[in-house]
Design a protein around this ligand. Structure first.
Ligand code: S3P
Length: 425
Protein backbone atom coordinates (compact mmCIF):
# COMPACT_ATOMS: atom_id res chain seq x y z
CA UNK A 1 0.00 0.00 0.00
CA UNK A 2 1.28 3.45 -0.98
CA UNK A 3 0.27 6.59 0.90
CA UNK A 4 0.97 10.30 0.59
CA UNK A 5 0.74 13.32 2.82
CA UNK A 6 -2.81 14.53 3.68
CA UNK A 7 -3.62 18.24 3.91
CA UNK A 8 -6.44 17.83 6.42
CA UNK A 9 -8.90 15.26 7.72
CA UNK A 10 -12.49 16.41 8.10
CA UNK A 11 -15.85 14.74 8.62
CA UNK A 12 -18.16 12.58 10.70
CA UNK A 13 -17.57 8.86 10.78
CA UNK A 14 -18.21 5.59 12.59
CA UNK A 15 -15.72 2.85 13.39
CA UNK A 16 -16.45 -0.90 13.09
CA UNK A 17 -17.68 -2.88 16.10
CA UNK A 18 -15.50 -3.49 19.12
CA UNK A 19 -13.28 -6.53 18.63
CA UNK A 20 -13.24 -7.67 22.27
CA UNK A 21 -17.03 -7.36 22.60
CA UNK A 22 -17.70 -9.04 19.22
CA UNK A 23 -15.65 -12.12 20.20
CA UNK A 24 -17.42 -12.39 23.53
CA UNK A 25 -20.90 -11.97 21.99
CA UNK A 26 -20.29 -14.91 19.63
CA UNK A 27 -18.73 -17.05 22.36
CA UNK A 28 -21.34 -16.43 25.07
CA UNK A 29 -24.18 -16.75 22.53
CA UNK A 30 -22.69 -20.11 21.52
CA UNK A 31 -22.70 -21.50 25.06
CA UNK A 32 -26.07 -19.97 26.01
CA UNK A 33 -29.45 -21.62 25.90
CA UNK A 34 -31.75 -20.11 23.24
CA UNK A 35 -31.47 -17.40 20.64
CA UNK A 36 -28.82 -14.65 20.77
CA UNK A 37 -28.72 -11.82 18.27
CA UNK A 38 -25.67 -9.63 17.77
CA UNK A 39 -25.77 -6.36 15.85
CA UNK A 40 -22.78 -4.25 14.86
CA UNK A 41 -20.42 -7.24 14.95
CA UNK A 42 -16.88 -6.56 13.77
CA UNK A 43 -16.46 -8.48 10.52
CA UNK A 44 -12.66 -8.44 10.73
CA UNK A 45 -10.74 -11.68 10.21
CA UNK A 46 -10.26 -12.30 13.96
CA UNK A 47 -14.00 -12.37 14.73
CA UNK A 48 -14.79 -14.44 11.63
CA UNK A 49 -12.30 -17.00 12.98
CA UNK A 50 -14.21 -17.08 16.28
CA UNK A 51 -17.45 -17.80 14.39
CA UNK A 52 -15.71 -20.49 12.37
CA UNK A 53 -14.37 -22.24 15.51
CA UNK A 54 -17.83 -22.34 17.15
CA UNK A 55 -19.45 -23.59 13.95
CA UNK A 56 -16.92 -26.44 13.98
CA UNK A 57 -18.07 -27.14 17.54
CA UNK A 58 -21.57 -27.67 16.15
CA UNK A 59 -23.15 -24.30 17.00
CA UNK A 60 -25.84 -22.98 14.65
CA UNK A 61 -24.61 -19.48 13.68
CA UNK A 62 -26.06 -17.36 10.85
CA UNK A 63 -24.29 -14.17 9.80
CA UNK A 64 -25.59 -11.47 7.51
CA UNK A 65 -22.91 -8.76 7.41
CA UNK A 66 -22.69 -7.24 10.88
CA UNK A 67 -25.78 -9.06 12.14
CA UNK A 68 -25.50 -12.52 13.67
CA UNK A 69 -28.08 -14.95 14.99
CA UNK A 70 -26.93 -17.81 17.20
CA UNK A 71 -29.24 -20.63 18.22
CA UNK A 72 -27.50 -21.91 21.32
CA UNK A 73 -28.18 -25.22 23.05
CA UNK A 74 -26.20 -24.42 26.19
CA UNK A 75 -22.58 -25.33 26.83
CA UNK A 76 -23.42 -29.05 26.76
CA UNK A 77 -24.75 -28.58 23.21
CA UNK A 78 -21.18 -28.16 21.90
CA UNK A 79 -19.87 -31.25 20.09
CA UNK A 80 -16.45 -32.79 19.52
CA UNK A 81 -15.19 -31.29 16.25
CA UNK A 82 -13.94 -33.48 13.41
CA UNK A 83 -11.54 -30.74 12.33
CA UNK A 84 -8.75 -28.69 13.92
CA UNK A 85 -9.89 -25.31 15.32
CA UNK A 86 -7.84 -22.56 13.64
CA UNK A 87 -7.88 -19.16 15.38
CA UNK A 88 -5.74 -17.43 12.72
CA UNK A 89 -4.11 -14.33 14.25
CA UNK A 90 -6.51 -13.97 17.18
CA UNK A 91 -5.12 -14.11 20.73
CA UNK A 92 -8.54 -13.38 22.22
CA UNK A 93 -10.14 -16.28 20.32
CA UNK A 94 -7.57 -18.85 21.40
CA UNK A 95 -7.30 -17.83 25.05
CA UNK A 96 -11.05 -17.52 25.72
CA UNK A 97 -11.76 -20.64 23.66
CA UNK A 98 -9.25 -22.61 25.79
CA UNK A 99 -11.30 -21.65 28.86
CA UNK A 100 -14.49 -23.02 27.28
CA UNK A 101 -12.86 -26.15 25.78
CA UNK A 102 -11.37 -26.99 29.18
CA UNK A 103 -14.87 -27.61 30.52
CA UNK A 104 -15.96 -29.92 27.69
CA UNK A 105 -15.54 -33.70 28.02
CA UNK A 106 -14.05 -34.25 24.57
CA UNK A 107 -10.91 -33.74 22.52
CA UNK A 108 -9.98 -30.68 20.44
CA UNK A 109 -6.89 -29.49 18.59
CA UNK A 110 -6.23 -25.76 18.35
CA UNK A 111 -3.78 -23.94 16.09
CA UNK A 112 -3.20 -20.39 14.86
CA UNK A 113 -0.88 -18.51 12.52
CA UNK A 114 2.89 -17.83 12.85
CA UNK A 115 2.28 -14.95 15.26
CA UNK A 116 0.02 -17.04 17.52
CA UNK A 117 2.70 -19.76 17.57
CA UNK A 118 5.06 -17.27 19.27
CA UNK A 119 2.57 -15.97 21.84
CA UNK A 120 2.52 -17.36 25.40
CA UNK A 121 -0.38 -19.72 26.08
CA UNK A 122 1.04 -20.94 29.41
CA UNK A 123 -0.59 -17.93 31.06
CA UNK A 124 -3.96 -19.62 30.43
CA UNK A 125 -3.07 -23.31 30.16
CA UNK A 126 -1.33 -23.31 33.59
CA UNK A 127 -4.43 -22.20 35.59
CA UNK A 128 -6.74 -24.30 33.38
CA UNK A 129 -4.62 -27.40 34.05
CA UNK A 130 -4.73 -26.54 37.75
CA UNK A 131 -8.53 -26.66 37.47
CA UNK A 132 -8.28 -30.17 36.03
CA UNK A 133 -8.19 -29.73 32.23
CA UNK A 134 -5.86 -32.00 30.27
CA UNK A 135 -3.90 -29.76 27.91
CA UNK A 136 -0.81 -30.72 26.00
CA UNK A 137 1.14 -29.01 23.25
CA UNK A 138 4.51 -27.60 22.33
CA UNK A 139 6.78 -26.92 25.31
CA UNK A 140 4.47 -28.74 27.72
CA UNK A 141 1.34 -26.90 26.57
CA UNK A 142 2.80 -23.40 26.63
CA UNK A 143 2.58 -22.81 22.85
CA UNK A 144 0.41 -23.91 19.91
CA UNK A 145 -0.41 -26.40 18.52
CA UNK A 146 -2.45 -27.38 21.56
CA UNK A 147 -4.56 -30.40 22.29
CA UNK A 148 -7.27 -30.28 24.95
CA UNK A 149 -9.41 -32.84 26.73
CA UNK A 150 -11.62 -31.05 29.21
CA UNK A 151 -14.29 -31.77 31.79
CA UNK A 152 -14.48 -32.45 35.52
CA UNK A 153 -13.07 -29.03 36.53
CA UNK A 154 -12.79 -27.73 40.06
CA UNK A 155 -12.97 -24.00 40.86
CA UNK A 156 -9.77 -22.17 41.82
CA UNK A 157 -8.79 -18.95 43.50
CA UNK A 158 -6.31 -17.73 40.90
CA UNK A 159 -3.98 -14.79 41.44
CA UNK A 160 -2.83 -13.75 37.98
CA UNK A 161 0.69 -12.35 37.62
CA UNK A 162 -0.46 -10.19 34.67
CA UNK A 163 -3.32 -7.72 34.16
CA UNK A 164 -4.84 -9.57 31.22
CA UNK A 165 -8.50 -9.73 30.26
CA UNK A 166 -7.75 -12.81 28.19
CA UNK A 167 -6.37 -14.69 31.21
CA UNK A 168 -9.16 -13.47 33.51
CA UNK A 169 -11.83 -14.39 30.94
CA UNK A 170 -10.41 -17.84 30.17
CA UNK A 171 -10.41 -18.79 33.86
CA UNK A 172 -13.87 -17.31 34.55
CA UNK A 173 -15.35 -19.06 31.48
CA UNK A 174 -13.87 -22.35 32.68
CA UNK A 175 -15.33 -21.59 36.11
CA UNK A 176 -18.83 -21.45 34.59
CA UNK A 177 -18.77 -25.23 34.31
CA UNK A 178 -16.55 -26.07 37.30
CA UNK A 179 -17.39 -27.33 40.76
CA UNK A 180 -17.59 -24.56 43.41
CA UNK A 181 -16.38 -20.99 43.12
CA UNK A 182 -13.78 -19.70 40.66
CA UNK A 183 -12.03 -16.40 41.38
CA UNK A 184 -9.42 -14.39 39.52
CA UNK A 185 -7.46 -11.55 41.10
CA UNK A 186 -5.40 -9.24 38.88
CA UNK A 187 -2.55 -6.88 39.74
CA UNK A 188 -4.42 -4.05 37.95
CA UNK A 189 -7.83 -3.85 36.33
CA UNK A 190 -8.02 -5.17 32.77
CA UNK A 191 -11.01 -4.66 30.44
CA UNK A 192 -14.21 -5.98 32.03
CA UNK A 193 -16.29 -6.87 28.95
CA UNK A 194 -16.56 -10.54 29.97
CA UNK A 195 -17.95 -9.68 33.41
CA UNK A 196 -20.47 -7.23 31.95
CA UNK A 197 -21.60 -9.58 29.21
CA UNK A 198 -21.89 -12.63 31.48
CA UNK A 199 -24.30 -10.57 33.57
CA UNK A 200 -26.29 -9.69 30.44
CA UNK A 201 -26.61 -13.45 29.79
CA UNK A 202 -27.99 -13.93 33.33
CA UNK A 203 -24.83 -15.09 35.13
CA UNK A 204 -24.02 -13.70 38.55
CA UNK A 205 -20.47 -12.27 38.76
CA UNK A 206 -19.22 -11.05 42.14
CA UNK A 207 -16.86 -8.09 41.89
CA UNK A 208 -14.70 -7.32 44.94
CA UNK A 209 -12.14 -4.77 43.80
CA UNK A 210 -9.60 -6.60 41.65
CA UNK A 211 -11.11 -10.00 42.51
CA UNK A 212 -13.85 -11.38 40.24
CA UNK A 213 -15.72 -14.57 41.20
CA UNK A 214 -18.40 -16.81 39.77
CA UNK A 215 -20.17 -19.92 40.98
CA UNK A 216 -20.01 -23.03 38.82
CA UNK A 217 -22.93 -24.60 36.96
CA UNK A 218 -24.68 -21.38 36.02
CA UNK A 219 -26.65 -21.44 32.80
CA UNK A 220 -26.50 -18.61 30.25
CA UNK A 221 -29.72 -17.45 28.59
CA UNK A 222 -29.59 -16.07 25.03
CA UNK A 223 -29.98 -12.31 24.69
CA UNK A 224 -29.50 -9.38 22.26
CA UNK A 225 -26.14 -7.65 22.11
CA UNK A 226 -25.44 -4.31 20.44
CA UNK A 227 -21.73 -3.97 19.79
CA UNK A 228 -20.44 -0.38 20.14
CA UNK A 229 -17.74 1.09 17.88
CA UNK A 230 -14.22 0.04 18.86
CA UNK A 231 -12.34 2.75 20.77
CA UNK A 232 -9.10 1.00 19.76
CA UNK A 233 -9.99 1.59 16.10
CA UNK A 234 -11.24 5.13 16.83
CA UNK A 235 -7.83 5.81 18.42
CA UNK A 236 -6.14 5.92 14.99
CA UNK A 237 -8.49 8.66 13.80
CA UNK A 238 -8.36 10.53 17.13
CA UNK A 239 -4.59 10.79 16.87
CA UNK A 240 -4.81 11.57 13.13
CA UNK A 241 -7.23 14.43 13.85
CA UNK A 242 -4.93 15.79 16.56
CA UNK A 243 -1.67 15.73 14.57
CA UNK A 244 -2.71 16.50 10.97
CA UNK A 245 -3.09 20.26 10.38
CA UNK A 246 -6.59 21.80 9.92
CA UNK A 247 -8.44 18.64 10.91
CA UNK A 248 -11.72 18.06 12.72
CA UNK A 249 -13.17 14.57 13.04
CA UNK A 250 -16.31 13.44 14.85
CA UNK A 251 -16.56 9.71 15.60
CA UNK A 252 -20.03 8.48 16.54
CA UNK A 253 -21.13 5.56 18.73
CA UNK A 254 -17.76 4.75 20.29
CA UNK A 255 -17.58 2.38 23.29
CA UNK A 256 -16.31 4.31 26.33
CA UNK A 257 -16.08 1.52 28.90
CA UNK A 258 -13.80 3.06 31.59
CA UNK A 259 -11.45 0.05 31.40
CA UNK A 260 -10.71 1.08 27.78
CA UNK A 261 -10.56 4.89 27.87
CA UNK A 262 -6.92 5.41 28.86
CA UNK A 263 -6.35 6.81 25.35
CA UNK A 264 -8.83 9.64 26.02
CA UNK A 265 -7.18 10.46 29.37
CA UNK A 266 -3.71 10.57 27.82
CA UNK A 267 -4.76 12.64 24.80
CA UNK A 268 -6.34 15.16 27.19
CA UNK A 269 -3.16 15.20 29.30
CA UNK A 270 -1.15 15.84 26.12
CA UNK A 271 -3.34 18.89 25.48
CA UNK A 272 -5.54 17.50 22.71
CA UNK A 273 -8.66 19.44 21.75
CA UNK A 274 -11.02 16.53 22.36
CA UNK A 275 -14.66 16.50 23.47
CA UNK A 276 -16.98 13.68 24.44
CA UNK A 277 -20.72 14.14 23.91
CA UNK A 278 -24.02 12.24 23.75
CA UNK A 279 -22.93 9.83 26.47
CA UNK A 280 -25.34 6.90 26.80
CA UNK A 281 -24.62 4.56 29.68
CA UNK A 282 -28.00 2.86 29.80
CA UNK A 283 -26.96 -0.49 28.35
CA UNK A 284 -24.30 -3.13 29.04
CA UNK A 285 -21.53 -1.00 27.52
CA UNK A 286 -21.49 2.85 27.61
CA UNK A 287 -21.15 4.73 24.31
CA UNK A 288 -20.53 8.33 23.22
CA UNK A 289 -19.58 10.52 20.28
CA UNK A 290 -16.05 11.94 20.30
CA UNK A 291 -14.78 15.01 18.44
CA UNK A 292 -11.13 15.87 17.96
CA UNK A 293 -9.48 18.90 16.35
CA UNK A 294 -5.89 19.63 15.39
CA UNK A 295 -4.01 20.23 18.62
CA UNK A 296 -0.68 21.37 20.04
CA UNK A 297 0.45 18.30 21.95
CA UNK A 298 3.02 18.05 24.74
CA UNK A 299 5.03 15.02 25.90
CA UNK A 300 3.80 13.08 28.96
CA UNK A 301 4.69 10.04 31.07
CA UNK A 302 2.44 7.01 30.53
CA UNK A 303 2.92 4.35 33.22
CA UNK A 304 1.34 2.36 36.04
CA UNK A 305 -2.27 1.23 36.17
CA UNK A 306 -3.33 3.24 33.10
CA UNK A 307 -1.29 0.82 30.91
CA UNK A 308 -3.93 -1.98 30.72
CA UNK A 309 -6.52 0.72 29.89
CA UNK A 310 -4.63 1.70 26.72
CA UNK A 311 -2.36 -1.24 25.95
CA UNK A 312 -3.58 -1.60 22.33
CA UNK A 313 -3.33 2.16 21.72
CA UNK A 314 0.39 2.47 22.53
CA UNK A 315 1.55 2.19 18.88
CA UNK A 316 -0.65 5.14 17.82
CA UNK A 317 0.17 7.08 21.01
CA UNK A 318 3.85 6.67 20.13
CA UNK A 319 3.13 8.36 16.81
CA UNK A 320 1.24 11.17 18.62
CA UNK A 321 4.31 11.59 20.87
CA UNK A 322 6.56 12.15 17.83
CA UNK A 323 4.43 15.27 17.17
CA UNK A 324 4.35 16.49 20.80
CA UNK A 325 6.71 19.09 22.28
CA UNK A 326 9.13 17.46 24.71
CA UNK A 327 9.71 13.90 25.83
CA UNK A 328 7.13 11.13 26.19
CA UNK A 329 8.09 8.19 28.39
CA UNK A 330 6.11 4.94 28.24
CA UNK A 331 6.85 2.56 31.14
CA UNK A 332 5.42 -0.63 32.70
CA UNK A 333 4.37 -1.83 29.25
CA UNK A 334 6.43 -5.04 28.85
CA UNK A 335 3.18 -6.78 27.79
CA UNK A 336 3.70 -5.07 24.41
CA UNK A 337 6.41 -7.64 23.70
CA UNK A 338 3.85 -10.49 23.55
CA UNK A 339 1.22 -8.89 21.30
CA UNK A 340 0.69 -9.72 17.58
CA UNK A 341 4.31 -8.57 17.22
CA UNK A 342 6.83 -7.33 19.77
CA UNK A 343 5.25 -3.87 19.62
CA UNK A 344 8.15 -2.14 21.39
CA UNK A 345 10.49 -3.27 18.61
CA UNK A 346 8.11 -2.88 15.66
CA UNK A 347 6.95 0.62 16.68
CA UNK A 348 10.50 1.85 17.33
CA UNK A 349 12.05 0.27 14.20
CA UNK A 350 9.35 1.41 11.78
CA UNK A 351 8.94 4.96 13.15
CA UNK A 352 12.73 5.42 13.09
CA UNK A 353 12.68 4.66 9.34
CA UNK A 354 10.31 7.66 8.97
CA UNK A 355 12.59 10.02 10.92
CA UNK A 356 11.19 9.75 14.47
CA UNK A 357 13.49 10.25 17.43
CA UNK A 358 12.42 7.22 19.43
CA UNK A 359 14.19 4.56 21.49
CA UNK A 360 13.17 1.25 23.04
CA UNK A 361 13.48 0.69 26.77
CA UNK A 362 13.12 -2.49 28.83
CA UNK A 363 9.38 -2.00 29.41
CA UNK A 364 8.34 0.69 26.96
CA UNK A 365 9.86 3.50 24.91
CA UNK A 366 11.07 7.10 24.95
CA UNK A 367 10.01 9.50 22.26
CA UNK A 368 11.57 12.91 21.73
CA UNK A 369 9.26 15.37 19.94
CA UNK A 370 8.68 17.08 17.71
CA UNK A 371 10.05 15.32 14.62
CA UNK A 372 9.42 16.00 10.94
CA UNK A 373 8.48 12.62 9.48
CA UNK A 374 9.40 11.57 5.95
CA UNK A 375 8.14 8.82 3.67
CA UNK A 376 9.91 5.44 3.76
CA UNK A 377 9.52 1.76 2.96
CA UNK A 378 8.00 0.34 6.14
CA UNK A 379 6.21 -2.84 7.20
CA UNK A 380 3.26 -3.79 9.37
CA UNK A 381 5.08 -7.07 10.17
CA UNK A 382 1.61 -8.62 9.81
CA UNK A 383 0.36 -6.61 12.82
CA UNK A 384 -2.90 -4.73 12.12
CA UNK A 385 -2.27 -1.97 14.63
CA UNK A 386 1.28 -1.34 13.38
CA UNK A 387 -0.13 -1.14 9.82
CA UNK A 388 -2.75 1.46 10.79
CA UNK A 389 -0.29 3.51 12.83
CA UNK A 390 2.05 3.64 9.81
CA UNK A 391 -0.82 4.63 7.51
CA UNK A 392 -1.61 7.60 9.78
CA UNK A 393 2.12 8.46 9.99
CA UNK A 394 2.25 8.49 6.17
CA UNK A 395 -0.51 11.16 6.10
CA UNK A 396 1.85 13.44 7.98
CA UNK A 397 5.12 12.46 6.31
CA UNK A 398 6.63 14.30 3.37
CA UNK A 399 6.95 12.18 0.21
CA UNK A 400 5.76 8.68 -0.37
CA UNK A 401 5.39 5.83 2.14
CA UNK A 402 5.13 2.20 1.13
CA UNK A 403 3.60 -0.06 3.76
CA UNK A 404 4.42 -3.72 3.28
CA UNK A 405 1.74 -6.20 4.31
CA UNK A 406 -0.95 -3.58 4.96
CA UNK A 407 -3.50 -6.33 4.33
CA UNK A 408 -3.13 -7.26 8.02
CA UNK A 409 -5.32 -4.23 8.81
CA UNK A 410 -8.44 -6.25 7.91
CA UNK A 411 -7.87 -8.24 11.11
CA UNK A 412 -9.58 -5.48 13.09
CA UNK A 413 -10.58 -2.74 10.62
CA UNK A 414 -12.04 -3.73 7.25
CA UNK A 415 -12.52 -0.51 5.21
CA UNK A 416 -9.80 1.43 7.05
CA UNK A 417 -8.21 2.97 3.94
CA UNK A 418 -11.61 3.82 2.40
CA UNK A 419 -12.52 5.67 5.63
CA UNK A 420 -9.20 7.54 5.63
CA UNK A 421 -9.75 8.59 2.01
CA UNK A 422 -13.27 9.89 2.75
CA UNK A 423 -11.89 12.18 5.45
CA UNK A 424 -9.33 13.59 3.02
CA UNK A 425 -12.00 14.92 0.64
C1 S3P B 1 -8.16 -8.38 24.79
C2 S3P B 1 -7.30 -8.19 25.85
C3 S3P B 1 -5.97 -7.58 25.72
C4 S3P B 1 -5.84 -6.81 24.41
C5 S3P B 1 -6.36 -7.60 23.24
C6 S3P B 1 -7.83 -7.93 23.43
C7 S3P B 1 -9.45 -9.03 25.03
O1 S3P B 1 -4.99 -8.59 25.75
O2 S3P B 1 -4.50 -6.45 24.20
O3 S3P B 1 -6.20 -6.87 22.04
O4 S3P B 1 -10.35 -8.95 24.17
O5 S3P B 1 -9.61 -9.64 26.10
P1 S3P B 1 -4.43 -9.21 27.12
O6 S3P B 1 -5.52 -9.92 27.82
O7 S3P B 1 -3.33 -10.14 26.71
O8 S3P B 1 -3.91 -8.05 27.92
Amino acid sequence: MQNNKAAQLKGTMKVPGDKSISHRAVMLGSIAQGKTTVSGLLTGDDCLNTIDCFRKLGVDIHRDGEFVEINGKGIDGLQEPSDILDVGNSGTTIRLLLGILSTLPFHTNVIGDESIAKRPMGRVTIPLKEMGAKIDGRDNGKFTPLSIRGGGLKGIDYVSPVASAQVKSAVLLAGLNAEGTTSVTEPESSRDHTERMLQAFGVEVVVDGLKKSIQGNQELTGTSINVPGDISSAAFFLVAGAIIPNSEIKIKNVGINPTRTGILDVLKLMGADISIHNINDQSVEPIADITIKTSNLRGVEISGDIIPRLIDEIPILALAATQAEGVTVIKDAAELKVKETNRIDTVVDELKKMGANIEATEDGMKIYGKSKLHGADVSSHGDHRIGMMLAIASCLASGETNIKNSKAITISYPGFFEQLEKLMQ
